[in-house]
Write a protein that binds this ligand. Structure first.
Ligand code: AKB
Length: 313
């Protein structure tokens, strides 16, 4: 990766990834694109272009203007929003991906797009879900993610595009809040703990999902993109995880720092049913073996860091 275009650069992952890639590869080498502009570091610290990912022509023009050698396609709707707007989700998630893959093909660029634990479904083995297993998701988001993984593999085999991807768990960060995901409770809980000392969870107690702290997710993207291609048996996409917990466990960890913290429950049936269809925990051994994936933050270390940073904020 030398000259990189990011779509959805002002979103939850994009906003931090843009800044990190600019630190590594140089501010001018990372072209941030999004459908809107704001005053954040990602928008202001280097080149920025407005790109609606459903507009193939503009995306290609911007990629050509900067002569990019890598496309990182982040723009997409998350699971709960996609479930509320399935047709729009299909058009944005699949149309955007197709345009981004075509852009990479035209420029002979390397390509990354995230998949998700949402690519699994209720018939997938629930615990330590293997890398290669049954994919029958029951959400529009999951259907998009499975189709996206297959499409990315197709572009690799058919056109030789160097496509790579990660199946991310819920990502937790104090920088840009997520919007419309099922795992968002695990971010909101920290904000509410610091602000109000209590949180009402829309995900029920006993519901386990994989999670990861954002710095580990960003490192994983860079590491996978820089990995020796001859070592990759898989491409789209690798299971990656750092921890699996249920709401009571994150609450107990927060109580170590905020002893009066209280959790209560008002379960949202839609997000709960999405969570119930996903694995309890996934097996990331393929990522470990093929390109050396390693997460540095467990629940304890992440909680300490999240609460510190949010208190400063
Ligand atoms: C979501 O909850 O939709 C995302 C994901 C796990 O893909 N955070």
């Amino acid at each position: 990766m030398k000259r990189i275009m990011i779509t959805g650069a002002l979103g939850q992952i994009g906003s931090e990834l843009t800044v990190k890639l600019r630190e590594i590869y140089g501010a001018d080498q990372v072209i941030a694109t999004d459908i809107r502009k704001n005053e954040t570091e990602a928008a202001l610290s280097g080149p920025f272009e407005m790109v609606d990912v459903t507009d193939a022509r503009t995306m290609l023009e911007v990629a050509k203007k900067y002569n990019v050698d890598s496309v990182i396609h982040m723009a997409a709707l998350l699971s709960a929003t996609a479930e509320a707007n399935p047709v729009f989700a299909w058009n944005l998630n699949m149309g955007g991906l197709m345009n981004a893959l075509e852009t990479a093909r035209e420029l002979k660029a390397q390509f990354f797009t995230p998949s998700s634990i949402g690519a699994f479904g209720p018939s997938t083995p629930k615990d330590r879900t293997p890398q290669d297993t049954i994919h029958r998701p029951t959400t529009m988001y999951g259907v998009n993610k499975v189709a996206g993984e297959l499409l990315s593999d197709y572009y690799f085999h058919k056109f030789g595009v160097d496509t790579r991807g990660l199946r991310f768990p819920g990502l937790i960060s104090y920088v840009t809040p997520p919007g419309g995901g099922t795992t968002d409770y695990a971010v909101e809980i920290y904000y509410e703990a610091v602000k109000n000392g209590k949180y009402t969870s829309y995900i029920d107690k006993g519901t386990y999902m994989d999670m990861m702290y954002m710095p580990d997710a960003l490192d994983a993207i860079v590491q996978l993109m820089e990995a020796d291609p001859s070592k990759l048996k898989h491409r789209n996409s690798f299971n990656v995880t750092a921890m699996s917990f249920e709401p009571e466990q994150i609450a107990a960890e927060i109580r170590k720092h905020i002893p009066h913290f209280e959790i209560s429950y008002k379960v949202d049936p839609i997000r709960q049913s999405i969570a119930d269809s996903w694995p309890n925990s996934i097996d990331d051994s393929a990522a470990v073996e093929e390109w050396g994936f390693k997460a540095n933050f467990d629940l304890g270390k992440m909680t300490e860091n999240m609460l510190d940073k949010l208190k400063q904020k």
